[in-house]
Design a protein around this ligand. Structure first.
Ligand code: C5P
Length: 397
């Protein structure tokens, strides 16, 4: 879908990110969209209606009960005019109103009165984003096919760091241009492993690694957005379970292996994104290890390779593995592709600390037997979508 010649109704609600909306409006119009803006009353505290009017040359609407505006283009007419309704920024309050079908101002009324697809670019404090009420509202909105654009993660106006920043205007326009992710995985079941594993040394200690689980969770959400039924088997992380995804929480590699092997037979695609511990202590002490000796020697034994076991099933699903490398990325990735009998491998160079483990961004070199593609640095959500598009293409061929 492209926004050229599309009528876009841009709804602006009252968050600090509203100051970016003249730029967003400019980017939409410069790509050929016809834009009309509707502001909520609190949005006017953050951005001037005059600035928004000047950019598109169209009058800005803000009042449901304005006789003059209704005479020019009534709210039902405006709702019918729109090909796309884009709400940016969408505050937590507005998302709550939208999820409950309130219609107490012009913008919320338009949301009920339009048949156009609705996109929301949330913007709020990270704690408000994670609040159970907000997350529940998001589930309701997504079930109603309202599309979420973002939010991004990073430093916030209030000084907090985390999820909740509005996507940058160019990213919103890019996502609108891509349109809704095509339902390329409709009818498919995708299983994903994510996060680290914890290997117990005794009842109070364990060994683990720095994996945050962000890439795996982003893949789960991308696959779900592309129409797949998704099962996420996750090690311990601090992340919220993705919406409309069956999430199974595990702790150790052995548990992850068991859950995967039990359910993967019914899956079309298996993505191994977890940083599974290669070894576990030979024996996990049932009592806390005492510091009686000057030296402590522990013996480790190898964990099962979950990905390899799945790929070696008699009728394996399409398998995608990850390779985190610090050098010779291509060579090591290709050898892993063939050694583990995979359909595809996504490699990243973890010697670059701006990407990979724990970071918001990543860059991947993807290899499969007949080809390869570099996915340039992007946030993990965008990258996950591109990666799953590659999977869908290969699955088809
Ligand atoms: O061999 P290596 O650990 O580098 O392979 C990485 C890939 O294998 C990743 O996709 C990872 O999720 C998967 N893996 C696994 N089970 C293990 C070790 C790695 O599924 N025990």
């Amino acid at each position: 879908m492209s926004i050229i010649n599309k009528n876009i109704l841009l709804g602006v609600t009252g968050g600090i990110a509203a100051y970016k909306t003249p730029d967003l409006e400019r980017k939409l119009t410069s790509q050929g969209a016809n834009v009309r803006v509707v502001l909520t009353s609190s949005a006017k505290e953050f951005v001037s209606p005059l600035a928004l009017q000047a950019v598109s040359g169209n009058p800005v609407s803000d009042d449901l009960l304005d006789r003059d505006a209704e005479a020019a283009m009534g709210h039902i007419e405006l709702a019918k005019w729109a090909d796309i309704l884009l709400i940016a920024p969408a505050t937590a309050n507005f998302l709550a109103k939208l999820s409950h079908g309130l219609a107490d101002d012009l913008l919320s009324t338009l949301c009920l009165a339009t048949a156009a697809p609705i996109f929301v670019a949330p913007a709020m404090n990270q704690q408000m984003w994670h609040a159970a009420a907000t997350q529940k509202n998001l589930v309701i909105l997504q079930k109603r096919n309202i599309k979420l654009l973002g939010p991004a993660s990073g430093e916030q106006a209030c000084g907090d760091v985390g999820l909740g920043r509005m996507l940058e205007p160019q990213d919103i326009v890019a996502l609108l241009n891509q349109g809704l992710p095509e339902p390329l995985l409709a009818g498919k079941t995708v299983m994903i492993t994510a996060g680290p594993t914890r290997e117990a040394l005794d009842p109070v200690r364990y060994i683990t690694n720095h994996s945050s689980g962000k890439m795996g969770y982003a893949i789960a959400q991308a696959a779900q957005n592309m129409g797949a039924k998704v099962i996420l088997v996750s090690g311990p992380t601090h992340l919220m379970a993705p919406v409309n995804v069956t999430t199974i929480q595990v702790t150790s590699a052995a548990q992850m292996h068991q859950h995967v092997m039990e359910q993967v037979k019914h899956c079309d695609v298996f993505v191994a994104c977890a940083a599974v511990a290669d070894y576990r202590p030979m024996q996990s002490n049932s009592q806390k290890i005492k510091k009686n000796e000057q030296e402590l020697t522990l013996t480790f034994i190898k964990n099962p390779d979950i990905l390899s076991d799945v790929a070696h099933l008699p009728q394996p699903p399409f398998t995608l593995g990850f390779a985190a490398e610090t050098q010779n990325v291509r060579e090591y990735a290709l050898s892993k592709l063939y050694a583990k009998k995979l359909n595809m491998i996504a490699a990243n160079d973890v010697s670059d600390s701006s990407i990979g483990f724990n970071s918001e961004n990543n860059a991947l070199s993807v290899f499969w037997p007949q080809g390869e593609q570099i996915l340039a640095m992007a946030d993990k959500q965008q990258l996950a979508l591109q990666l799953m598009q590659l999977v869908a293409e290969q699955l088809k061929s």
